[in-house]
Ligand binder design. Sequence first.
Ligand SMILES: *[C@@H]1O[C@H](CO)[C@@H](O)[C@H](O)[C@H]1NC(C)=O
Length: 509
Amino acid sequence: PERRKKKNRAAAAIATADRGREAMGAAVAEWTVAAVLLQVAGLSLFLYGFFPVKPTLPGFSGAESYRAPSCGPVGCGEGPALPPDQLRSLYRELSEVPHVYDRLVLMVIDGLPAEFVLGRGGKPPAREMMESMPYTQSLLAGCRAVGYHAKAAPPTVTMPRLKAMVSGAIGGFLDVALNFNTQAFLDDNILDQLHTIGYKLVMLGDETWIKLFPTLFYRQDGVSSFYVKDTVEVDFNVSRHLESELAAKDWDALILHYLGLDHVGHIGGRQSNLMTPKLKEMDDVIRRIHAAVTSIQDNSHRTLLVVVSDHGMTEVGNHGGSSYEETDSLALFIGHSVESSHCSPYDQKEALQVDLAPTLALLFGIPIPKNNIGVLLPELFNSLADDQKLRTLELNSWQILRLLQKQRPAFCSEDCVDSKDDFGADMLPESTEKKLCRLLSKAFASHRSSLLHRDSNFRSVEAAGLFGAAVDSYSGFLRHAKTTLFACLCNLLDDYFMFFSCRNYLLHI
Ligand SMILES: *[C@@H]1O[C@H](CO)[C@@H](O)[C@H](O)[C@H]1NC(C)=O
C-alpha cells in the first residue's frame, strides 16, 4: 500500500505537471499571437510612415485654374483636350496677364550654395568668390539679375529637389529611397504644362531628368551622375552642345544640369582647390548663354535665364540633411522683367525652392501645378502693370485655396468671401481656418477696391495705397497658407528623422 500511495502521488504529480504545461502552452500561444499582432501593427505603422498618404490633388491644372474655386469636393474639371496652340491662346486669354517670356533656359548647378554667389546675412561673398564669378557678379551689381536664397527642403538630394522645383510640391520620404532608382514623374509640373501648350524642350546634363521625364524631351543628352570622382567630363559633355543649341531656333525651353561642382565638393569640400576653377567655368557658361539670348532678343523671343542649384553642401562637401549650408540653394533670374535702376543685390532675399514653380508658371502663361505650395517671387513681375500684378497674386491664391480645401475639408473659401463678419473678436484664439478666412477675405476685398479705384483715378496716391494694401493682404494670406500646408505635410511624416528635419525647416520659412 505504501508503494501504491507513492505511485498515486507520482501520478498526481505528473498530472499536475501536465496541467501546468498545458496552461503554459496556452499562455505561450497567446503570447505568440500577441507578438505576431504587434509585429503586424508595427509593420503597418512603418509602411504607413514610409509611404505616407499624401492628401494631394490628382490630375493636372487646366483652364479651371483661371476661375475662383468653389466649395465642396474638388472635381477634376478637365475639359476636352485642345491642340497645343489653341490651349496656349486659351490660357493667355483667360489669365488676363500677358506672358512675360517666350523662352526659358534653366541652368542647374548641382550642389552650389547660394552663399557663393549672394553672400550671407546681408554681406556679399568673400572677394575670392566674387572674382571667381565676374560676369554673374557684374549682372547683380548692374541690377540686371535678382538672386534668392531659395531654401531647399530636406532631404537635400537631387531627385526630390528637382521634383520640388518643377511641381512646387514637397514629396514624402519615399523619394529618398528611390533617389538612385528614379521613376517617371507623374504629378502636375511646369515642364509637362509647357509641353502641353506646344513647347519643345531640350535637356543636357544629369540623366535624373530623363528618368523623371522619359518621353518629354525633343532632344536630350544625359550625363551619368555615377562617376562622382569625375569633375571634368560630366560638365564637358554638357557644354560641348552649348554652341549649337544656343544657335538653334527650334527649342522653347533648354535645361542644362551641371554636376561637376557637386563632385568637386564630394572630393574636397567647399575649400577644394578645384572650386575656384569650377566656379569660373560656370560663370563662363552663364556669360555665353546670356550673350546668345540677348543677341536675339525681340518681341517674340524674350528669354528668361534661370540659374538654380538643387541643394547646397556642408563644409566637407556632403549634403542630404537640413543644415543651413545644405538647404541654402540658389535661384538667380536674369531677364528683362527683373531689371531696375537701383537694387541691393546682397540683401539676404529669402525664398523657397518651391516658389520657382508658380513664378515660372505665371511668367510663361501656364496654369500653376495643382499641388504647389510655393508663392510667386514678386521681383520677377516688375514689368507688369499694377492690376496685372494683383491678378498674378489672385491666381496663386486660388490655386493654394484649392489645395487647402482638399487638406482641410472644413475650410471653404466661399464662406469667407460672403461673410459679413467684421472680425472684431481678435482677442479670442482663432482657428487656423478662421485666420485663413480672414486673411483671404481681406485680400479679395482690397483687390476689389483697388480695381474700382483704378478706373476712376489712376495713379493717385490713394490708388497706390490701395494697391499696396492689396499686395500686403495677398502676401499675408499666401504666407500663412504656405505654413499651414507645410505643417500638414510634416505631420504626415512618421519617420522621426524626416519629421524633425521637416519641422526644423518649417521654423525657418
Ligand atoms: C560623355 O560622353 C561620352 C561620349 O558620348 C560618353 O562615352 C561618356 O560616357 C559621357 N560621360 C558621362 C559622364 O556621361
